[in-house]
Each structure stands twice: as structure tokens, then as C-alpha cells.
Write a protein that binds this ligand. Structure first.
Ligand code: ADP
Ligand code: MG
Length: 444
């Protein structure tokens, strides 16, 4: 039986804690807890997930003793019930005002990648809760946290969200967020300047290291060792590490030593959001842009774009631009007119490297064999890079697999991709040629 007293003591506890923690911590961790039952021996609390339970017990054990029943060992007598999730109803958290100190620190984080702007759904609920848990108790929950999943599904977003939250709620901790490429470049620069020791010292003095896209460490043997040493040094001091990757640790072409280290902590997968979550994401992104989308239209778009969240964002950007230019409201016909191209894209796994080579050879008037060869003639080299660019864009495979099809390493594919991406920004005719190749491939 739930008594008024139970409510009163819990409310008193909350009032007491509210004065002693940040508003965000209070709203994220304490406000969602409900009192289900209470007696003189025990209180039953409903918590949204195990992380909230751990947060409460780890941080407020002493305070709890003054407000709730205590057992024979002097420990708060709390029975926890984990609330049932409602998977079909993704929730959007309200954005708190940005942290005033965020810009003063050298830590570079995307300002919009925060927990509050991340839409939860069944495909990412686990990883979202784990990330929140890490942010609340860096180094004390799961270490390392390894987040993996496909492109554009929110891995970087969550990584930065952890960074923002720690920066805000644990001001004294030294946090650094790096891409694996950034780490390698840093190491190369420091090797050149003979300042590796300084760099090692810097990385090893951190409290929290957030590492994006660890897959780029594959095939970089010399760097792998240094990374592994840094990693171990931090983990041994219970410093928090979070890593993202496009595949699970076991599938990474890295040494057994580093794979084992990655598997030490918690490995969490982020998947493609289901239809309802995609609709919530669309509406959230539209709202941010000041665009009104009727819910039937949001469902229509979400039904047709299902590969990744970045594409959903692209759709919103395109719609916003059209609505502004044409002065029209969002409607199904406007959506068809502006987004049909995105909708018509056939499932990318059906596209083969062979088909891409043929189309590129036709459009660029070179032979397929020349594209497969090693000739460095300007025209052939450009066409070859376009083929790699299209392969990376259209084929849902890892860079390593794509590289293998071309007989190149993943970094060559990435280099080609970036080069062509930059060139298309300035070169209208190259852009048209690539669009032609794409149409050719997709309608073959
Ligand atoms: P990844 O690192 O997995 O390739 P990102 O984190 O860069 O993907 O996400 C791509 C874009 O999609 C970002 O702009 C991000 O904010 C957005 N995004 C991805 N998942 C979500 C989500 N669940 N809620 C809100 N935005 C999301
Ligand atoms: Mg990313």
C-alpha cells in the first residue's frame, strides 16, 4: 500500500538532492523515479533502467539512509522495479540551455550532438542508456564502452553527447574527443617534431578519451601499437574510454590484443531506427528548421527512407529549401517532387563494383581494364577515383571490402572519396558526369 508518508519522504529526499546536483542530472536521473510501494521495512522504487538504479545507489547511498528505511546492514532497503519500456513511442528530451563553459574548452564537440537532441527508439535504447550511464559515472560503469553500427545511425552523435554531458556535470575531468584519423595524424606530426613523449603524456593524462571510428586503425600497424598502449594505460587507471566503430570488435582487422581490450567492457550496437522513431526524428529535425510537416507526410517520407538517419536529415534540408524558395507548404505532392530521387534509389546491396566500373568506363570513355589497372594517366586516374567514390557511396560494404574489390587499401578508397567529393564542389561538369554514372547504375 502506498501511503502519503512514502510520498512525503521521497519528496523530501528529492528536495534535498535538488539543491545539491545540477538541474540536468536531476531531470535525467532522479525525476523519472517513481515510488510504487512503501512500508516501515522497505521502499519500492520504479526506475526506467538499470543505469538509473546504479546512479542512485552509487551517488546517494548516504543521503538515502536519512530518508528511506534502512536494513540490518545499515544499507537503504530499496526494492527496484525496472519500468517496462514502450518501444513504439520514441521520446524526445527537452533541450536544456547550452553549457556556458563548452566553448572555452579546447575540446571540439559538435554543438548539436547532445543527449537532448538524440531520439530514442527500440534500435538504440540500450546504447543510449549505456551512454547516459557512462556520462553520469565516467570510469565507474562500463569501461570501455564500444559502440558499433552502420553509417549515419548516430554513433558520433552519442559520442559527442557523452563529451558534452561530462564536460557539464564533471567539470574537473579532462575530456578529449578524437577521430582515429586525428589520432594518427597527431602521432605522425609528433614523430616528425620529435615530440612523441609530450603527446603520450597528454593522452595518458586524460580522464575521459572518446575515440571515433576505430575501424580506421585497421592496416595501420605502427599506430595500432601506440594506440593500444595509450588505451591500456588509461584503462589501467580506470579512466573512461568510449570507442565507436562500423563493426563489432571481433570483425575488426586488428591485433588480438586490442580486440580483447575492446571487448573488456560493454559492446553496444546501434541499429536503424524503426518507422515510428524515424518519424519522430524527421519531426524533430523539421522543428529545428522551423518546418511544419503533417504527420501523414512524415510517415510517407519515413517509409521510403530507411537506410540511415543522415538521409532523413538530407530529406528535411531539401524540403526546407524548396518550401522557402517556392513559398509552399509541405504536402505529399511536394515531397514526391523534391524527394523522389532519394526514394527511388534501389537497395544499395544490389549494386556491384563491376556495374559501377562499366558505367564509369562508358561515361568517362575509358576501358574497364584501364580502371582496374594501375595507369596514372590523368583521365584514367580521375575515372578510377570516381568509381571508388561511387562504390563507397552506393555499396553497403565496409571500406575494406570495397578496397579489396579494387585491389586497394581502405585508405586509398577514402582518399579517392574525399578527393572527388572536394572536386565536385567546384566542378559542375564532373558533378554532371557522376550524376550520369549514378543514373546509369541505378537504372541498368
Ligand atoms: P554515425 O557516426 O553513426 O555515422 P552520426 O552520429 O554522424 O552517425 O549521425 C548522422 C546524423 O544523424 C547526425 O546529424 C545525427 O545528429 C543524426 N542522428 C542519428 N541518429 C539520430 C537519432 N537517434 N536522433 C537524432 N538524430 C540522429
Ligand atoms: Mg560517425
Amino acid at each position: 500500500m502506498l501511503t502519503c508518508d512514502a510520498h512525503d519522504t521521497w519528496t523530501q529526499f528529492l528536495d534535498y538532492i535538488k539543491q545539491r546536483c545540477s538541474l540536468t542530472a536531476f531531470e535525467n536521473w532522479l525525476a523519472p523515479i517513481l515510488v510504487l510501494d512503501s512500508s516501515t521495512e522497505e521502499i519500492t522504487l520504479q526506475v526506467p533502467n538499470i543505469f538509473v538504479k546504479a546512479y542512485l545507489v552509487d551517488n546517494y547511498q548516504e543521503e538515502l539512509c536519512s530518508f528511506v528505511p534502512v536494513d540490518a546492514n545499515g544499507v537503504p532497503a530499496i526494492k527496484f522495479v525496472i519500468a517496462e519500456q514502450e518501444p513504439s513511442r520514441p521520446c524526445i528530451q527537452e533541450a536544456p540551455p547550452p553549457s556556458p563553459t563548452a566553448d572555452e574548452l579546447p575540446l571540439k564537440l559538435n554543438q548539436s550532438y547532445r543527449f537532448e537532441t538524440f531520439i530514442e527508439g527500440p534500435a538504440n535504447q540500450f546504447v543510449y542508456s549505456a551512454a547516459m550511464g557512462i556520462a553520469a559515472r565516467p570510469g565507474r560503469s562500463y569501461n570501455p564502452l564500444f559502440i558499433h553500427g552502420g553509417v549515419g545511425l548516430g554513433k558520433t552523435h552519442l559520442l559527442h553527447a557523452i563529451g558534452h554531458a561530462i564536460q557539464k556535470d564533471h567539470k574537473r575531468l579532462r575530456v578529449q574527443c578524437i577521430t582515429t584519423e586525428g589520432f594518427i595524424n597527431d602521432l605522425v606530426d609528433n614523430l616528425r617534431n620529435k615530440s612523441v613523449d609530450r603527446m603520450k603524456k597528454f593522452y595518458r593524462s586524460l580522464d575521459v578519451l572518446l575515440v571515433d571510428d576505430i575501424q580506421f586503425l585497421q592496416d595501420r600497424l605502427n599506430f595500432e601499437d601506440e594506440f593500444c598502449n595509450t588505451f591500456e594505460s588509461l584503462i589501467n587507471q580506470s579512466k573512461q574510454i568510449v570507442v565507436t566503430s562500423d563493426k563489432p570488435p571481433g570483425q575488426l582487422k586488428l591485433s588480438e590484443r586490442i580486440v580483447a581490450r575492446m571487448e573488456w567492457g560493454l559492446v553496444a550496437h546501434v541499429g536503424m531506427p524503426d518507422l515510428e522513431t524515424r518519424v519522430a526524428i524527421l519531426q524533430h529535425k523539421a522543428e529545428q528548421k522551423g518546418l511544419k510537416i503533417p504527420s501523414s507526410v512524415a510517415f510517407y517520407i519515413a517509409e521510403h527512407i530507411f537506410t540511415n538517419v543522415r538521409q532523413l536529415e538530407g530529406a528535411i534540408n531539401r524540403l526546407t529549401a524548396h518550401c522557402r524558395l517556392l513559398g509552399e507548404e509541405v504536402s505529399e505532392s511536394l515531397v514526391e517532387k523534391t524527394l523522389s530521387e532519394l526514394f527511388q534509389a534501389p537497395p544499395s546491396q544490389k549494386i556491384s563494383v563491376e556495374a559501377i566500373l562499366k558505367s564509369v568506363a562508358t561515361v568517362f570513355q575509358v576501358r574497364v581494364n584501364e580502371l582496374k589497372g594501375t595507369s596514372r594517366t590523368k583521365e584514367i586516374a580521375l575515372a578510377r577515383q570516381v568509381a571508388m567514390y561511387l562504390a563507397k557511396e552506393l555499396i553497403k560494404e565496409s571500406l575494406m571490402m570495397i578496397g579489396a574489390c579494387f585491389g586497394k587499401t581502405h585508405s586509398t578508397i577514402l582518399h579517392a572519396f574525399k578527393n572527388i567529393e572536394n572536386k565536385t564542389k567546384k566542378d559542375e561538369s564532373l558533378r554532371r558526369q557522376i550524376a550520369l554514372c549514378r543514373r546509369h547504375i541505378e537504372t541498368r
